[in-house]
Design a protein around this ligand. Structure first.
Ligand code: DGL
Length: 182
């Protein structure tokens, strides 16, 4: 029987990850679960999110019986990867902000991490900065406006480019400098 994979995201962004997997492993049986009922994750309390993520993925996993689970959601990975790995007896990989490759490829040694409020304030991101980007100035910023605009675009609903432009101008005018805590 073909191998089976379950891809999870809070919304539709993980479809880009699912498409890449399908391109590279065409025969894979791929299931995608989006937690549209709880989207967006970005500013919800961690304890509620963790319980929800475990619950949704456990149910999707028992329905689809995957060989491996991919968490295609930075917010879910940065707060719940450890919990998921402890609770589910299936290999789990998760996307996290690409701080390591960004720091090593950067010529300016200034890197910006743009994510949800939860992601950019997570201990996981601080750990990535401490371990892989100490030679860089790392700026972090969160934007629910961009999360919602990209979700609308991915769903084929379009988005208002002026709102996106204004949001990018706001971010570039006032990026926060993250000081790693470790
Ligand atoms: N999918 C989330 C992530 O990758 C962003 C959307 C959300 O806030 O749920 O962090």
């Amino acid at each position: 029987m073909d191998s089976s994979i379950l891809v999870f995201d809070s919304g539709s962004g993980g479809l880009t990850v699912a498409a890449e997997i399908k391109k590279r492993i065409p025969n894979i049986r791929l299931s995608y679960v989006s937690d549209a009922g709880f989207f967006p994750y970005g500013k919800k309390p961690h304890d509620i999110l963790k319980k929800r993520i475990l619950d949704v993925i456990s149910k999707a996993s028992s329905l689809t019986q995957p060989d491996i689970i991919v968490i295609a959601c930075n917010t879910a990975s940065t707060i719940a990867l450890d919990l998921l790995r402890a609770e589910l007896n299936i290999p789990i990989v998760g996307v996290v902000p690409a701080i390591k490759p960004a720091a090593s490829l950067s010529k300016s040694k200034v890197v910006m991490v743009l994510g949800t409020h939860t992601t950019v304030n997570s201990a996981y991101v601080k750990m990535l900065i401490t371990n892989f980007a100490t030679e860089c100035k790392v700026l972090v910023e969160d934007s629910e406006v961009l999360v919602l605009a990209s979700e609308q675009k991915l769903l084929g609903n379009g988005f208002d480019p002026d709102i996106v432009t204004q949001e990018i101008q706001r971010i570039l005018a006032n990026p926060m400098h993250l000081i790693p805590m470790y």
